[in-house]
Design a protein around this ligand. Structure first.
Ligand code: PMP
Ligand code: GLU
Length: 398
């Protein structure tokens, strides 16, 4: 048979986060005691009042197609949430609800990028940004900052990366994979750079907004000089432990929201009707369950960080949000246990997986081959056991 698959899919990488989660599942099915710290998924259940709202919606007959951009009561709730929490002004008609924030990123790239356009990614970046930009036949341009810079590129680095081909700058804060949270001043400095370039948009992914240990989440779209060119992405997966519900959203300039809705209307239509009803309840209710999850994550972060700091060669920063730690492990490169030599972060993660049965994700997938990502969205007992096992097997590397 001739080549059947498209060049597009041949060029696409499998999502590394999902791949590591799959490998961990497969090893476990073979009887290995694998601890998976690979996937960015809260281990908590969705709060009961939200699942109850979905049951109620089903009982009330919310079983039909919804408008492509979302149920009016949800787009209204999102518009109010943006104002209440973020000082953002997006009217309900500027909002598009999608099947997860991942689809929001996809819609945006399809709506905004022509072949040859450039999209600036702060690196380390979330793994799917790069592939989704490439699927739109555009060129990803990475602005990199490592652990010594707290994973925060300088405004000068950003300025240098902007060219006449730049369409947008995309980043997440709190950041996946580093946990870094940008402060108001840092965001203002980026905004000031971007505001000088008339055609450059900002895509601010704020899906980890509620998992922020600094207690100040700032939305770059609230700054007057970039307000009209900022697209703000958010979702339910992380803050409300709703990964499986597939519900995300964005606020955007109206013509961009319309364009994304047109794309979504040909690809998936609106998100699930009863899920949207529950989403509206999530946004409008008391956030105590979310606050409790955030506090649990903060405690786990401290436990894991303290344990990692006792392992010679592992260099960490203090991640202020999300549920990831992204240590630099370049000190291990060139070391060997007599059987395996660690050349890079991929080898490091393979070594830990094979010998300690702990699943991590190599930083290479996120644009930093010196690091690995550990998701601490797991119980304290599992986290302690995982780091203990890592410590043992890493001590064998000389
Ligand atoms: N953005 C970031 C930064 C993420 O980590 C993720 C992964 N959950 C998404 C978007 C996609 O989220 P969703 O599950 O809503 O598609
Ligand atoms: N975003 C999460 C992660 O980074 C979930 C997996 C995915 O969607 O890629 O692990």
């Amino acid at each position: 048979m001739q080549q059947v698959l498209s060049n597009r899919v041949e060029a696409l990488s499998e999502s590394e986060t999902l791949k590591m989660a799959r490998m961990a599942r497969e090893l476990r099915a073979q009887g290995h005691d694998v601890i998976s710290l690979s996937l960015g998924e809260p281990d908590f259940d969705t709060p009961t009042h939200i699942t109850e709202a979905a049951y109620q919606a089903l009982k009330d007959g919310y079983t039909k197609y919804t408008p492509v951009s979302g149920l009016p009561e949800l787009t209204k709730a999102i518009s109010e949430k943006f104002k209440r929490d973020n000082n953002l002004e997006y009217r309900p008609e500027q909002i598009v609800v999608s099947n997860g924030a991942k689809q929001t990123v996809y819609n945006l790239c399809q709506a905004l990028l022509n072949p040859g356009d450039e999209a600036i990614l702060f690196a380390p970046y979330w793994v799917s940004y790069l592939e989704i930009v490439k699927m739109a036949e555009a060129t990803p341009v990475c602005v990199y900052a490592g652990v010594d810079q707290d994973f925060k590129p300088s405004p000068e680095q950003l300025e240098k990366a902007i060219t006449p081909k730049t369409k947008f700058v995309i980043f997440s804060s709190p950041c996946n994979p580093t946990g870094t949270v940008f402060t108001r001043d840092e965001l203002q400095a980026y905004a000031d750079v971007i505001a000088k370039h008339d055609n450059v948009l900002i895509i601010s992914d704020e899906i980890y907004e509620y998992i922020n240990f600094t207690h100040e989440h700032v939305s770059i779209g609230s700054f007057p000089n970039v307000k009209d060119r900022t697209i703000t992405i958010n979702g339910f997966a992380k803050g409300f432990a709703m990964t499986g519900w597939r519900l995300g959203y964005m606020g955007a300039p109206k013509f961009i929201a319309d364009a994304c809705s047109k794309i979504q209307g040909q690809v998936t239509s609106g998100a699930s009707s009863f899920g949207q009803k529950a989403g509206a309840v999530a946004l409008m209710s008391d956030l105590t369950p979310t606050d409790n999850m955030r506090e649990a994550f903060r405690e786990r972060r401290d436990i894991v960080l303290n344990m990692l700091e006792e392992i010679p060669g592992i260099k960490t920063n203090l991640p202020d949000g999300a549920f990831y730690i992204f240590p630099d492990i370049s000190a291990f490169f060139g070391k060997s246990d007599g059987i395996t030599t660690i050349k890079d972060a991929d080898d490091f993660c393979d070594y830990v997986m094979t010998n300690a049965h702990v699943a991590l994700v190599s930083g290479a997938a996120f644009g930093d081959p010196n690091c690995f990502r550990l998701s601490y969205a797991a119980s304290e007992a599992l986290l302690r056991e995982a780091v203990r096992r890592m410590k043992d097997v890493l001590a064998r590397l000389k």
